[in-house]
Design a protein around this ligand. Sequence first.
Ligand SMILES: Cc1ncc(COP(=O)(O)O)c(C=O)c1O
Length: 358
Amino acid sequence: MFSKDGNQKDIKTPRIVDVVWHDGEFIKWNDAKVHVMSHVLHYGSSIFEGIRCYSTKQGPAIFRLREHIQRFLNSAKIYRMDHAWTMDELCTASIELVKRSGMDQCYLRPILFRSLDEEHPAFGVNPFPNPLACYIGAWDWGKYLGDEAIEQGVDVCVSTWNRLTPNSMPAMAKSGANYMNSQLIKMEALLNGFAEGIALDDRGYVSEGSGENIFLVTGDVVLTPPLSSSILPGITRDSVIQICQELGITIKERTIQRAALYVADELFFSGTAAEVTPIRSVDRITVGQGGRGPITEKIQKLFFEITKGEHPAPGEWLTYIREQKPAAADNNGFSAAKIGKDDSDTAPILSFQTAAQD
Ligand SMILES: Cc1ncc(COP(=O)(O)O)c(C=O)c1O
């Protein structure tokens, strides 16, 4: 049933950071373990983030750290995960981890989940008796959809699987369980020879890829599905919207029909892992000229210049690691320095935080 090829496609051995942040202290990678009877393994009770730290001339810089942590806090709130971590503590932990990694660039993975109280174990669906655990791991991750994809684009299909319905699993929370749906989409695409699948929402409108948001270019206008099409409110999506505004390109949130994908001039994915990746065909129908279109190239170029610190960002998008003061460390070597634009735990309301109407 499973072709060898489909199984092998995603396999690359990443360079990992050998320390992991765990509830306020740094532990060895090999010690970052959970009990197999943890609630999360049985019922999918985790929320997480994916954040890139880029190599710049001024050293490593984390991309839109506060926005990612804000989404992490939002996801935890939706799932009633009553933890004590603040925006500043989680930002500081992420910065410390990059410092300790010694890497120039990496990918950060904060995760909060329901584990197991071994003295008073609870095994039911009710998550409340289970303690929460928070970790941040990191590794070096290359181009998610392949090195050539950035220039040449990827071949994708429309999935037979729909994205989540808003009243079943909230797509705006980045929960581990949502990625069972993503896995169905991804496996089907890979086994049919495509790099990625695009899911429709429950009404039949275009939603997103298994791990990316999608943009469509028609003439000189860029369109992207609204949050009401059951998408994750992507931080790269928000960045692309702001980049379009900076470039004077008209950008609109619109419901998009499947057929519009086939007749688009250009299509591209956005995501922390996928960055800005052109789509060159959908269901074996060539998109535009087949490859990276001129508007995608313009947006992609500015995106990469901003992430490399070579072009000013529309906001405070880069947290430069070397500029962060080493704050007094506590007993665990964990520092509680405040970082970012202000001292509050409340980030400004951004376009990715609310479910916009069509
Ligand atoms: C389902 C899904 N949609 C969209 C995105 C893009 O979001 P972001 O740009 O914040 O990485 C991701 C990646 O995290 C994703 O998993």
